[in-house]
Design a protein around this ligand. Structure first.
Ligand code: FES
Ligand code: FES
Length: 154
């Protein structure tokens, strides 16, 4: 039995310790916001936070996430500046990559509340978007940064 803290809730799961965390999140916990893209740490669709850092859940074994704080897209509140900025800028097209994009953006702004274009490009480089929403993502991260500076919640 492996005990996981996901979005502040404890789950005890009977699964092989080497199972990818992504499978557990989607199949066992039925949190489907986190997406399966490449399964090889190449696309970022499966990004979650582990102890506040953006991590690829397809390449994280569940045993390595035990005892840590895991946050999925479902754990990001709607009033979070990144979510608000995403809505205002109408960032998503098909939407498939967006949970992963948002998780990376939230982690970036936590570490670097006023990122430059370059900082954003570096932090977001592992999150691919087949629809090409990169310009709006960048604009939205700046917008969220401004909201946070003006007192929005992070
Ligand atoms: S599914 Fe994990 S990086 Fe693509
Ligand atoms: S919005 Fe379609 S893949 Fe990014």
């Amino acid at each position: 039995m492996i005990s996981l803290d996901v979005n502040g809730k404890i789950y005890n799961i009977d699964v092989s310790p080497d199972t990818p965390l992504l499978w557990v999140i989607r199949e066992h916990l039925e949190l489907h916001g986190t997406k399966f893209g490449c399964g090889m740490a190449q696309c970022g669709a499966c990004t979650v936070h582990i102890d506040g850092k953006a991590r690829r859940s397809c390449q994280t074994r569940v045993k390595d996430a035990a005892g840590k704080k895991i946050t999925t897209i479902e754990g990001i509140p709607e009033e979070h500046p990144v979510i608000k900025a995403w809505v205002e800028d109408e960032v998503p097209q098909c939407g498939y990559c967006q949970p992963g994009q948002i998780m990376s953006a939230v982690a970036l702004l936590k570490e670097n509340p006023e990122p430059t274009d370059n900082d954003i490009d570096n932090a977001m480089t592992g999150n691919l978007c087949r629809c090409g929403t990169y310009q709006r993502i960048r604009r939205s991260i700046h917008r969220a940064s401004k909201m946070m500076a003006e007192g929005g919640k992070s």
